[in-house]
Design a binder for this molecule. Structure first.
Ligand SMILES: Cc1cc2nc3c(=O)[nH]c(=O)nc-3n(C[C@H](O)[C@H](O)[C@H](O)COP(=O)(O)O)c2cc1C
Length: 378
């Protein structure tokens, strides 16, 4: 799967027997990566998408709330379904039930840092229990025919950096690919992800390794693949309010793999622009997409996303849940604080459309034509 220089030899790759057409995938994000978010990621070039974590206990006990999170009925394949748990038999039973419901991959969560999860030896607490991990992956692997993957952290804390050991156990017990979020549980989401660990695990394993942590731009995406030799990358927080990042990273990674760019310096990155607010000129770094995506495109995407949320969850819940996305979408545009305040009070799709129209009229009146809209970071 890899050429002589350590970089992937083609864009297509496999997890088990599943052939994939993109080397960039969206990360599972609790309360975020629902069906509309996955559709959005697909529209931006993602191939494999993932549900948020589901409790294996909840699935097996037929808990209504857990099943309600599984919003994959009728969804295009492939979809990876992520399971959380620490009991091998429960996980295996839940995996079988999800396979029967059409899951393309079962992914086991060994990364969640939340105390209420780790208290039950689930999520990142498994990084402290190699014997239990071996029993879990062996039992789950035997129970299903679809590929099994594991998403893990670098370890529990500085003194228990078990990432390499756990990754090797996963491989020897038949796991088809591992995703490494190269932070310890102690780090939660702070500090830098240790991409050196991803390189080490990639060098030690034969199964595909997916690199995760701190990919916020196309240059980061290319650098992750180039430096670590990983087979694919996974993007989490960077996609919130910025699904264009998926398309841009996909393009950059494909161009790198095909040899059309040599390294990350040739991928579109953030740009330094001069903001002129009439009284002074300030140099500001803006993400590449803010220059490339027009305000109209951005609002249209927010409305499309909202329509999908409303179709999936009903108007009230869809619009309410959309608030957490909308505040990311409008980051950095002129007057975004006021726009955010207004958005947070709206309850219908129509009101959101009307607010955007009003905002555009305000901009056109106060700041010249739409083309003249300058990027302002608040
Ligand atoms: C709000 C939020 C929810 C998350 N939910 C999950 C989850 O359900 N399952 C999981 O494996 N990781 C989850 N993660 C971790 C991400 O998948 C990812 O590993 C982490 O954010 C690092 O990648 P990033 O630097 O690209 O964000 C979550 C992270 C965030 C910020």
């Amino acid at each position: 799967m890899h050429g002589d220089n350590g970089k992937p030899s083609g864009i297509a790759w496999h997890i088990g027997r599943l052939k994939l057409a993109s080397r960039v995938m969206p990360a599972p994000l609790c309360d975020i990566s629902d069906r509309p978010f996955r559709e959005l990621a697909r529209s931006m070039g993602a191939d494999l998408v993932c549900t948020q974590m589901l409790s294996a206990e909840g699935i097996v006990r037929d808990d209504k709330r857990t099943w309600s999170i599984l919003d994959t009925a009728g969804e295009a394949s492939p979809v990876s379904v992520q399971l959380l748990g620490a009991n091998p038999d429960t996980l295996a039973r839940a995996a079988q039930m999800l396979e029967a419901r059409g899951a393309s991959i079962i992914d086991l969560n060994m990364g969640c840092p939340a105390r209420k999860i780790t208290g039950n030896r689930c999520g990142s607490a498994l990084m402290l229990h190699p014997g239990l991990v071996a029993a879990i992956v062996k039992t789950v692997k035997r129970a299903i025919a679809i590929p099994l993957t594991v998403k893990m952290r670098a370890g529990w804390d500085d003194s228990a950096q078990t990432g390499m050991e756990i990754a090797q156990i996963c491989e020897s017990e038949g796991v088809d690919a591992v995703t490494i979020h190269a932070r310890t549980r102690q780090q939660a989401y702070k500090g830098r992800a240790d991409w050196g660990l991803i390189s080490g695990i990639k060098a030690a394993l034969r199964i595909p390794v997916i690199g995760n942590g701190d990919i916020m731009s196309p240059p980061d995406a290319v650098r992750m693949i180039r430096q670590t030799g990983c087979d694919a990358i996974m993007i989490g927080r960077g996609l919130m309010g910025n699904p264009w990042l998926m398309r841009a990273c996909n393009d950059a990674v494909n161009r790198f793999i095909e040899g059309r760019i040599a390294d990350e310096s040739q991928a579109p990155g953030d740009e330094q622009v001069l903001l002129d607010d009439g009284t002074c000129r300030v140099p500001v770094r803006v993400p590449f997409y803010m220059k490339e995506v027009t305000l109209g495109e951005r609002f249209n995407l927010v409305l499309w996303h909202t329509r999908m949320m409303v179709a999936a969850k009903g108007e009230r819940r869809g619009v309410l849940e959309m608030r957490k996305h909308s505040q990311h979408y409008i980051k950095g545009i002129r007057g975004c604080k006021l726009l955010r305040e207004k958005l947070m009070k709206l309850e219908t799709l129509e009101e959101i459309g009307a607010l955007f129209d009003e905002y555009r009229r305000w901009l056109a009146g106060g700041a010249g034509t739409m083309q003249d809209v300058r990027i302002v970071t608040n």
